[in-house]
Ligand binder design. Structure first.
Ligand code: 0L1
Ligand code: MG
Length: 262
């Protein structure tokens, strides 16, 4: 770590205020070029602590930048990890208020719920398969707090990996009913197909993102608990949305997730 506690607390407040007030801010590494990965996750942890202290429940974990399309879109090569809070959830087919966000984008995600804890190091896809209760589709709404969605990896980790809203929909399925690698996803905005992809776009297999998350948490003395909702990362690149947009994502064998931005 290179930042002291005072700086971690101040940066967490700066980024969380930007989220809650829907006001963009400058990238934190511009003022703290020496900050390291531990600093970045410590700021994210402090944002989580602030939310939980306010009564918001942490209801899921997320992997981000796990697909080749997203890595290319953002010009990065490493996945990142964050969390989602109860107030970020919106119902399938419901409305999302655009004015509460800065410059939201949508991305399609294959998600799981665990039935057993997953602990690294050495966690692999087979261990994740054994610990998976069911698979469920979701759309994540990401909303970087950084001006023009411009950031580096440390800044985006500190900003809780741009987490802002999510919609779980479709129908849950058991893992043995699916082939997550070939599972097709079609993302439409206002009836126009914006992107098509298959689950393998996420690190070759979406559950590889969960194994990577377990190993990442182990390095920080943590684990994925049983009953955790986990978003494995956008299968497609993310698409900017505007007020009035209808978003609909069809997941093969898992049904459709939709929402309207108002
Ligand atoms: O969920 C994600 O993949 C987002 C990761 C953070 C980078 C971004 O905002 O695109
Ligand atoms: Mg995502």
């Amino acid at each position: 770590m290179t930042l002291d506690t005072k700086a971690i607390l101040a940066l967490a407040e700066y980024l969380e205020n930007a989220e809650l007030k829907a006001q963009d801010v400058t990238m934190i590494t511009a003022d703290h070029p020496g900050m390291d990965w531990d600093d970045a996750y410590a700021i994210q942890d402090e944002i989580r602590r602030r939310k939980e202290a306010r009564g918001n429940k942490t209801v899921g974990l997320k992997a981000g930048l796990t697909s080749f399309a997203k890595m290319k879109q953002m010009g990065v090569e490493t996945p990142v990890f964050g969390f989602v809070s109860d107030y970020m959830a919106r119902p399938d087919g419901g409305e999302i208020k655009h004015a509460e966000l800065i410059h939201p984008k949508v991305e399609a995600e294959i998600c799981i719920v665990t039935k057993a804890a997953l602990k690294g190091p050495g966690c692999n896809i087979a261990a994740v398969m054994a610990a998976t209760d069911f698979v469920v589709p979701a759309v994540e709404v990401i909303d970087s707090r950084y001006r023009d969605f411009k950031f580096d990896l440390k800044s985006v980790i500190a900003d809780n990996t741009s987490a802002s809203r999510f919609v779980i929909g479709g129908r849950p399925r058991n893992l043995d009913e699916l082939d997550l690698r070939t599972l097709g996803v079609v993302l439409e905005i206002n009836g126009e197909i914006k992107s098509m992809a298959a689950g393998a776009a996420v690190l070759g297999h979406p559950l590889a993102a969960v194994a990577m998350m377990a190993n990442h948490l182990a390095a920080r003395g943590q684990e994925i608990p049983a009953g955790a909702f986990i978003m494995t990362g956008g299968v497609t690149e993310a698409f900017l949305v505007n007020p009035g947009d209808n978003v609909s994502v069809r997941f093969q064998d898992l049904g459709t997730v939709s929402m309207r931005f108002v």
